[in-house]
Structures are given as C-alpha cells and as structure tokens.
Design a protein around this ligand. Structure first.
Ligand code: BEZ
Length: 236
C-alpha cells in the first residue's frame, strides 16, 4: 500500500482544525481561544533565518494595526520554544532593519517540533522542504472558519500590507454584503452581487437601482466611503 502522505490541508470555508500548543506566550487552544476575534495563523520555515526575521519585524510592527481590526496574530515554526525565545530576544536586542529596531514580538509563536500542527494545516510541502514549514497564512474569522489561505515558498517574504488588506476586505464583505474587486482598498468602489435576489438585471441596467454603476448586467459597482468602512471595522 502506498505510504500515507504526511499532509492534510484544510480548505477555505472549513472549521479551523483544533490543536493545543505551547507558545512563547503560554499554552494556546486554537481556535477556541480566539473566538470572537479574527486571527492570522502563519508559519515560517525556521528561527534565525533572514527572510523570517524581516517578516517577524514587519508583522510585529503592524500588530496594533491588526488589533484595531480585531485581528490577532499567531506564528508557528517547527523549532523548539528555547530557539523561539532566543531568536525573538536577538531580534529585539540586535537587529535593525528598514528603520525598525527594538522590535518586540508580543504575539505567540508556537513550538511545533513534532510537526503535529504543521501537518494538520498542510504547512509541510515535501517538494519545498520536508523539515521546514513553508510560509503559510490562514485567516480565520471570529466563528473559527478559515476564510483565506495563502502559501509562499521559502525564499519569498510575504507582503504584510496585503495581509492587512485581506482582513479589511473580508470584514467589509461580511459587514456590507458586497464583494471587493481587484486591488480593492477602503474607499474604492465595491461590487454588488449579481441581480436576482433583489431587482432584475434590466432594472439595474436601466439605472432604476439607485447608486449603482453597471458596466453590464453582471458587473455592478457602488460607492462605499472609506470612513464608513473604517468606522464600522476598526475599534476606536
Ligand atoms: C529565510 O527565512 O531566510 C529562509 C528560511 C528557509 C529557507 C530559505 C530562507
């Protein structure tokens, strides 16, 4: 019989697989400890590596921004707790990068020497490495449902502005029952769902539905003011 693959991979729309883990901030019960918050669970290949260091400094510098959007962060690598602690201390005490210095990583970093969590979340991709997690990102909503999954290879550092955009866009879609077009940012027009549930395509094309800009029957946008979006989403 073919050897069982070490990977399983949750999908968008699935309940986030549960796990208990030791982290740099104590034990975590995922996702139940995060109930009511958005959370980004992300993996990195290894402590004491340069791309990962640049990522942690960037993400940690943006932690307050994510917190204002009710989004917490939790990292993981298949290193042990003492390695995590030593690496984060080195970052704070010694590393200066792109104007960032004395960066304290206050979000939890999971130790996963057994690779239990990494395997559950499909973070080990043999073609890339069977001893390191790839750069995976799981955006989980307040109900514990996986809403976005992004994977990057070992050599490619993530774009954290994009991750912030993803969180705002998902929340905007939920709050305003809209979709967000390519490269959307708060203040840009949003897309309304295709005709059918309310109004007809003809009404839309004839301009009978107020505030819509229809390029064709299937593609209508409307304005959604930046402050309206941010007032609804960001904590005061
Ligand atoms: C890095 O973070 O620099 C890195 C980690 C694993 C493989 C390649 C690069």
């Amino acid at each position: 019989m073919e050897e069982q693959k070490i990977f399983s991979m949750p999908r968008i729309g699935d309940k986030a697989p549960e796990f208990k883990a030791v982290t740099t901030q104590g034990e975590v019960n995922f996702p139940s400890d995060y109930s009511g918050s958005w959370v980004i669970l992300f993996s990195h290949p290894a402590d004491f590596t340069p791309v990962c260091t640049s990522e942690f400094m960037t993400f940690a510098s943006m932690e307050d921004k994510f917190a204002q959007a009710n989004c917490k962060l939790i990292g993981l690598s298949v290193d042990g707790l003492y390695s995590h602690i030593a690496w984060l201390r080195t970052i704070k005490e010694k590393i200066e990068y792109k104007g960032m210095k004395n960066v304290e990583v206050n979000f939890p970093l999971i130790e996963d020497i057994t690779m239990n969590v990494a395997k559950k979340y499909g973070m080990i991709m043999e073609g890339e490495s069977n001893t390191k997690a790839v750069r995976a990102v799981f955006v989980v909503d307040p109900a514990g449902i996986i809403r976005t999954i992004i994977y990057y290879p070992l050599s490619l550092g993530r774009n954290f502005d994009e991750l912030y955009r993803v969180v705002l866009a998902l929340q905007t879609a939920d709050e305003f029952k809209v979709a967000t077009p390519a490269d959307w940012r708060p203040g840009d027009d949003v897309i309304i769902s295709p005709a059918g549930s309310c109004g007809t395509a003809k009404d839309r094309m004839d301009g009978k539905e107020e505030g819509l800009d229809c390029k064709d029957w299937f593609f209508c946008t409307k304005k959604l003011d930046k402050n309206t979006v941010l007032d609804r989403i960001l904590k005061k």
